[in-house]
Design a protein around this ligand. Sequence first.
Ligand code: SF4
Length: 265
Amino acid sequence: MSAIPPASWPAAKIVGRLAGDPALAARVSEALGRLQDALARYPDAAFASSFGAEDMVLLDLLERLGAAVDAFTLDTGRLPEETHALMQAARTRYRLRVRAVAPDAAELEAFVAAHGPNPFYDSVALRKRCCEVRKLRPLARALAGKTLWITGLRREQSPTRGEVEVLARDQVHGLMKLNPLADWSAGDVGRYVGAFDVPVNALHARGFPSIGCAPCTRAVTPGEHERAGRWWWEAPEQRECGLHVAPDGRLVRSRGPVQAAGAGG
Ligand code: SF4
């Protein structure tokens, strides 16, 4: 793993490192513009990382920009060991710390006492309740008081994410949500990871393009979409944990001011 990058790089220097890949350089330039514009407009920002490859690209970009963001991850208590190993590696590689946000202990104990440790296979309702206790409520706590939520969502990840916007109002949490990599392909992410030697989850190389909790994630087979291994036993339209879903069940897609200013996808 390479040394910690300088605390702050000019955007031009970051893009300049990609002179041999002009298509990726253009993607990175656009993503940096989106980040810089949104951080200037909404300074009280939070970056929610699941330690997927997209989130590692964003962590790398934010570190190189020297951005002041509150970076956090939802440590549900059911994450794979490989994700914890990456969390540890990121502490060595980056100055920007990603704090772990845990479920409320009393609420989790009550849920497990009532339904057991693995109720998510029994019904969609219990699976969503588990996600609520382990993810949604901790997320709401982490985002309280913030004005901007940065995520690594990409449109091509799954049928439920096909209309993700670069910048949108999140009605559930009452803030703006920025998806700087919304129009990136998996290939763009992989080429950035290679160009900057970004550490990634070891499970990606074993057929897991999207990684969540261990009991709710399996490897995908050739031809399946990237998130086919998440809650694979459920119907495709039900396979979101609720982190990125509007009150009516749809993904938020309204356009925001950064996108209107030409920085969107
Ligand atoms: Fe629970 Fe599975 Fe949701 Fe994780 S992904 S919070 S284990 S239902």
